[in-house]
Unconditional design. Structure first.
Lengths: 256, 261
């Protein structure tokens, strides 16, 4: 059974305004890495917010493990875009990551699932994925745990934000443009980390407006421009894209 | 009690100490939350409330807090920080509320010493002023004791905080209320206009390289206390007005980081 199923999602920010997304349907399988690509303004961030429950769609429904999203909201964690963060805030990397554990809502927590699933994995590190130190080690920020957030490079900041998101005991992790404003080596590093996380059993969806050579790192690619234009494996998408005209999707390298 | 009555400077000194600690701590929260413009707004919005409170013979501080909070809520309902009109709307309401207060004073036929309200008169502080400062201090400490982690989360990542279940609007309202309390309680010490200096300058010194909001608040309060006490002493020695003296020292203290280099 698919972990997440979304059907016919339509959402408008206001009445009498053209919808940000129209009739979007998608599926995410457990333990897979999905790319959500599309030009700026395609509705990628809107779709991620809908999948996380921050925005309620006008039409359509979302199910997590067969249950409606409203009952499973805590199972979806969203890593926000860089621009929504206050990077000047006086806080250390370790404290930022620990904030990911905090849940003030009364919705059902799935910590037991997370721990059971992760314990079943042969990789030693992921047995402790829910623990702060192991998570920071995994994304390569353990050595900068006591540094202030604004003293880090862009790539380190994004990895810290990823670690914070992973601390949330969710089943699906949605990463909104995590590679925006990163240089190519930092993008490569970041993409390797999310690939390893998917290989270890986590389900992730990464949005990007870049279109690049590392598309093969993903298990599934969804091309969005208000509606889903194409979806499938990277190879099948490349064939389909030749027939689709999306001028804004450029042939940039890595982390798409 | 007779010691206090015989030593006129005791009560002003205690008010100075509380304000010197409280204002920078509050300022640290507001600056890290990028809400300093709102402080300016609230400080100007207290005047109509003060005028109405005098007219209806209720505690002026209550009128000031309600009016300041109301101005803040109205401003937030008309605009938000992501809007390109944010600063323009905030400044319009700020000026409008101050003007409304100035109009109300003659209309209601009341007498308010505007100079004291705007710039403070620390040397005539009384027990009521001290009590108001202690109440503001207590409310701030309660907010930090029960909501510190939420304050940190909202300041760092408002969307993430909202997604984790924090009521961000309520927390912002609580911050506005506490800010209004702090401003009104500091009215006697430095006045509602000059309180901006005590809210922001020590914070600039305290935030430098601080690894947490808590440490930044403690450092800011230390600098604020030093500045306030220095201003208090210089005012006595040179017979100056304490509020403006504290503000001038705030500006001078900005040179400290430069001198270190």
């Amino acid at each position: 059974m698919s972990l997440l199923v979304a059907e016919n999602l339509t959402y408008s920010y206001a009445k009498n305004v053209s919808p940000a997304i129209t009739k979007v349907s998608l599926k995410i399988e457990p333990g897979t890495l999905t790319a959500l690509v599309g030009p700026n303004g395609a509705g990628k961030s809107t779709l991620l917010k809908i999948l996380q429950g921050q925005c309620i769609p006008d039409n359509g429904q979302i199910k997590i493990d067969g249950e409606k999203l409203i009952r499973q909201r805590s199972q979806v964690a969203l890593m926000p875009q860089r621009s929504s963060m206050n990077w000047k805030f006086p806080i250390t990397v370790e404290k930022l990551v620990s904030l990911g554990q905090i849940k003030y809502s009364k919705s059902k927590s799935n910590s037991p699932f997370q721990i059971k699933a992760l314990l079943a994995n042969p990789n030693a590190w992921i047995n402790k994925c829910c623990e702060l130190e192991a998570t920071m080690q995994r994304v390569g920020i353990a050595n900068i745990a006591n540094r202030r957030l604004d003293s880090l490079s862009g790539g380190q900041q994004q990895r810290a934000l990823l670690a914070k998101t992973l601390m949330s005991p969710a089943k699906i992790y949605l990463l909104d443009e995590p590679c925006a404003a990163l240089d190519p080596p930092a993008k490569d590093d970041f993409l390797k980390i999310v690939r390893q996380l998917a290989d270890a059993g986590l389900s992730l969806m990464v949005s990007s407006h870049d279109w690049g050579t590392s598309l093969n790192s993903y298990d599934q690619v969804i091309v969005l421009d208000k509606a889903v234009l194409a979806s499938g494996s990277p190879d099948s998408i490349k064939d389909k894209l030749e027939d689709i005209n999306i001028s804004s999707i450029e042939d940039n390298d890595c982390c798409d | 009690m007779s010691f206090i009555n015989n030593n006129w400077w005791i009560l002003p000194l205690i008010v100075t100490i509380f304000s010197g600690i409280l204002c920078p701590a509050m300022g640290t929260v507001l600056i890290t939350h990028k809400r300093l413009l709102q402080v300016n707004l609230i400080s100007h919005c207290v005047l109509p409330g003060l005028a109405l409170a005098y007219a209806f013979e209720i505690n002026p501080s209550i009128g000031g807090v309600v009016s300041g909070l109301l101005g803040s809520v109205v401003a937030e309902s008309l605009t938000n920080r992501k809007s390109e009109n944010y600063e323009a709307v905030m400044n319009t309401i700020l000026a409008g509320m101050l003007g409304f207060g100035v109009i109300l004073i003659p209309l209601l036929g009341i007498r308010i010493d505007l100079e004291t309200v705007l710039f403070g008169d620390l040397f005539v502080a009384n027990f009521v002023d001290l009590l108001e400062t202690i109440i503001a201090f207590s409310v701030f400490m309660l907010l930090m004791a029960f909501g510190y982690e939420k304050v940190v989360y909202v300041g760092l990542d408002p969307e993430g905080a909202s997604a984790s279940g924090i009521n961000v609007s309520f927390l912002n309202l609580a911050l506005s209320f506490t800010t209004a309390l702090v401003i009104v309680s500091s009215m006697q010490a430095v006045g509602v206009i000059l309180v901006i200096a005590l809210l922001s300058t020590p914070t600039l010194l305290g935030l430098n390289k601080a690894h947490s909001l808590r440490i930044a608040m403690i450092r800011s309060s230390f600098f604020g206390l030093c500045i306030s006490l220095l201003g208090f002493i210089l005012s006595i020695v040179f017979n100056l007005s304490p509020g403006p003296a504290i503000s001038v020292i705030c500006v001078a203290s900005l040179l400290i980081p430069k001198l270190r280099k």
